[in-house]
Design a protein around this ligand. Structure first.
Ligand SMILES: NC(=O)c1ccc[n+]([C@@H]2O[C@H](COP(=O)([O-])OP(=O)(O)OC[C@H]3O[C@@H](n4cnc5c(N)ncnc54)[C@H](OP(=O)(O)O)[C@@H]3O)[C@@H](O)[C@H]2O)c1
Length: 320
């Protein structure tokens, strides 16, 4: 039995809380340390999750010898600098989605990890959830035939607060980077990088993108129809249709959920999964497995794909 991976959580916001809470559901990782811009927040987080090592700066966290890997849970504009800081201190990193603000930042971050021979992964937790693992397996076994169409949406309603992370430009405000990244990444996982792309993108009240409807075209003729909005709570469902059958994923498709496999003739098979917590421990388990096996990246969320997803989102944002 190997020792559990010692996580250093960088930032003490909403998702850092969820991550620390979900780590309880895996026995191969513990929160060993937390770093915050403020000692008060680091201590409060430490008290809540019983974290022994509390740092009043991100620099002190990445220097901590009692930490094996850093989880970056700050707003998107800080991902690049925070992940770079960790890499500079020879720490492997798991970086929240959206991976970075720009494709260039993504390329630079990946280059830094590779040149330092350090593990790096985008925290696209959806890919590691049981229903998505099962969906990939069914598709791999040919249950759908050739994929023809993917539909997916992710809309959430947010109050019009100019200081909100969703709307403030300086905090990376963007429906696409926050919400649309899920359908874009889902389509990428199944069909790769689109060959053709068009979109309607409209601003929210603050001027950042508030809604995007995207059409992607792939080699062999498959298409994806994707939507995101920060102005309405949508069904957040996804459907993958192939020549033989389709899979309809219940909302919220990006979180732990169920799906139905429906053949061309209408025969239905239901797939339900038992999960605990929010489900972030599955990605933490992937990181632990990769590090244990000496891998520098995950084959389920590869780095070139994180770069490609940022490039695709950048192309979509050109339509704003
Ligand atoms: N995987 C998921 O399901 C999921 C869900 C929600 C969000 N996310 C991602 O996680 C990231 C953080 O989102 P969140 O909702 O957790 O944000 P949040 O609640 O605002 O927390 C962000 C944290 O980042 C730190 N921070 C550093 N510089 C900051 C600045 N200038 N302004 C605000 N905070 C700053 C703060 O921690 P300290 O004060 O301790 O330094 C803050 O608590 C985003 O990239 C988002 O896309 C992922």
């Amino acid at each position: 039995m190997t020792e559990p991976l010692r996580w250093g959580v960088l930032g003490t916001g909403g998702i850092a809380h969820t991550f620390a809470s979900d780590l309880r559901f895996t026995d191969d990782g513990v929160v060993a340390a937390v770093g915050s811009r403020s000692k008060v927040s680091a201590d409060a987080f430490g008290d809540e999750f019983d974290v022994p090592r509390r740092h009043a700066s991100y620099e002190d966290l990445v220097r901590d010898d009692g930490v094996d890997v850093i989880y970056v849970g700050t707003p998107h504009p800080l991902h690049f600098a925070n992940a770079m800081l960790a890499l500079e201190h020879k720490k492997p990193v798991l970086v929240e989605k959206a991976f970075t603000m720009t494709a260039q930042e993504a390329r630079d971050l990946v280059a830094a990890a590779r040149s330092n021979q350090l593990f790096l992964m985008e925290a696209m937790w959806t890919r590691f959830l049981p229903h998505v693992v099962a969906l990939r397996d069914l598709i791999h076994k040919g249950a759908l035939g050739e994929i023809v169409t993917i539909e997916a949406d992710h809309g959430q309603w947010f109050e019009h607060d100019p200081g909100s992370r969703l709307f403030a430009p300086e905090l990376g405000g963007s429906a696409l980077l926050d919400l649309g990244v899920y359908p874009v990444s889902f389509a990428s996982m199944l069909l790769g990088t689109p060959e053709r792309l068009t979109a309607l993108v409209d601003p929210a009240f603050s001027g950042v993108d508030g809604q995007a409807s995207m059409l992607f075209g792939y080699a062999h003729g498959a298409q994806a129809v994707l939507n995101c909005t920060s102005g309405a709570r949508t069904a957040t469902r996804a459907c993958v249709s192939g020549t033989e059958a389709r899979i309809e994923i219940d909302g919220d498709f990006y979180a732990p959920t169920s799906f139905t496999l429906i053949t061309r003739d209408g025969d239905e098979q239901r797939f339900d999964f038992a999960t605990r917590g929010r489900g972030l421990h599955y990605e933490a388990h992937e990181v632990a497995s990769c590090l244990r096996d000496g891998k520098l990246e995950s084959s389920v969320m590869p780095l070139d794909e994180s770069v490609s997803i940022m490039e695709t989102m950048e192309s979509v944002l050109n339509f704003l």
